[in-house]
Design a protein around this ligand. Structure first.
Ligand SMILES: [Zn+2]
Length: 265
C-alpha cells in the first residue's frame, strides 16, 4: 500500500518520465531526422545497407530482390495476366542518391492485376542488370515502378540488350546529361509481347521494402551501343564509377511463375 509520503515522489517520478519521453519523441520525431545515405561504394555499399539508420529499413529482412533463377525451373501461369494501359506521359527527372527517376504526377498510365490498379510512378535504370535469368545479366535493366493508391508496388523489369537504335528511347537519351523533362510514350519503351516471370520481392534500394510484385518481361528490348553507353555513363557518373546494382539475394524457396501474354492496347 502506498503511503502519501511514497505516493508524492512516485507521482513526481511518473511526471518526469513522461516529460523525458516527450522530450525524446520531440528530438527523434516519428523516424530518423535524416536517413543515412546509401551507396554502391562501401562504407555504405549494399553489404552494409541493413546496418544503416534508414526509416523502415528492411534490407536485412525476408523476400529481398533481386534474385537469380532459371526459366526451366519456373512454374506455369499462376498469375492472372497483366492488363497494361500505358500511354504518353510527361516525365520529370528526379535525382536520387544513386539514380535518375523519370516520374509522372497523376499518371493516367496503369497496370491492372488481381483486381488492383497500379499507376505508373517512375522508371529508372540499373547497370549492369540486377536480376540474373538463365545465368545471364544484361547490360541494363529498366524498372517501371507502379503503385496503388495505398502504396502497394508492382515493378515491371525489362532487360536491355545491344542492338539497333531504338527511337522510342530518343526522348530519354536526348535529355542526358542533365535529364530534362521528356515526353515519352511509355508503351513504346516495352517489347510487344508482355509475357513475364512473376515473383514477390522487394525494392532493390533502401529501405528494401518487401511485398513488391515483380514482373520481369521475358522479351528484351534493344538499344544501340551508343544509347546504352549514354545511360550507363550517366549512372556511373552519379555513382563514382560503380555499377548501381544490388547483389543477388537469397530466394528462400520463393517460387517464380510465368504469366501469359498480356494485352497490347
Ligand atoms: Zn530499380
Amino acid at each position: 500500500m502506498l503511503t502519501t509520503e511514497k505516493l508524492i515522489p512516485s507521482l513526481i517520478l511518473a511526471a518526469m518520465s513522461c516529460a523525458i519521453g516527450a522530450l525524446f519523441l520531440a528530438l527523434s520525431g516519428s523516424a530518423f531526422a535524416q536517413d543515412e545515405p546509401y551507396a554502391y561504394a562501401c562504407e555504405n555499399c549494399p553489404a552494409n545497407w541493413e546496418n544503416l539508420a534508414i526509416d523502415g529499413n528492411s534490407c536485412g529482412g525476408d523476400n529481398q530482390s533481386p534474385i537469380a533463377f532459371d526459366a526451366s525451373s519456373t512454374r506455369g501461369a499462376r498469375s492472372a495476366r497483366l492488363t497494361l494501359t500505358y500511354g504518353t506521359e510527361l516525365v520529370e527527372p528526379d535525382m536520387t542518391l544513386t539514380n535518375i527517376e523519370w516520374g509522372a504526377d497523376a499518371s493516367a498510365s496503369s497496370v491492372r492485376w488481381n483486381g488492383e490498379e497500379y499507376f505508373f510512378s517512375q522508371f529508372h535504370f540499373h547497370t549492369t542488370a540486377e536480376h540474373v535469368i538463365n545465368g545471364e545479366r544484361s547490360d541494363l535493366e529498366m524498372h517501371f515502378v507502379n503503385k496503388t493508391a495505398e502504396g502497394a508496388a508492382l515493378v515491371i523489369g525489362v532487360s536491355i540488350l545491344v542492338g539497333a537504335e531504338n527511337g522510342a528511347f530518343e526522348p530519354v537519351t536526348a535529355a542526358l546529361p542533365g535529364a530534362d523533362l521528356a515526353v515519352v510514350d511509355l508503351r513504346a519503351l516495352l517489347p510487344g509481347n508482355l509475357s513475364a516471370y512473376a515473383y514477390t520481392g522487394s525494392t532493390t534500394t533502401p529501405p528494401c521494402s518487401a511485398n513488391v510484385e515483380w514482373r520481369l518481361l521475358r522479351n528484351p528490348v534493344e538499344l544501340s551501343q551508343a544509347q546504352i553507353d549514354a545511360i550507363r555513363n550517366e549512372l556511373w557518373a552519379i555513382n563514382d564509377g560503380f555499377d548501381n546494382n544490388r547483389p543477388i539475394q537469397n530466394r528462400e524457396g520463393r517460387r517464380v511463375s510465368t504469366t501469359g501474354k498480356a494485352n497490347k492496347p
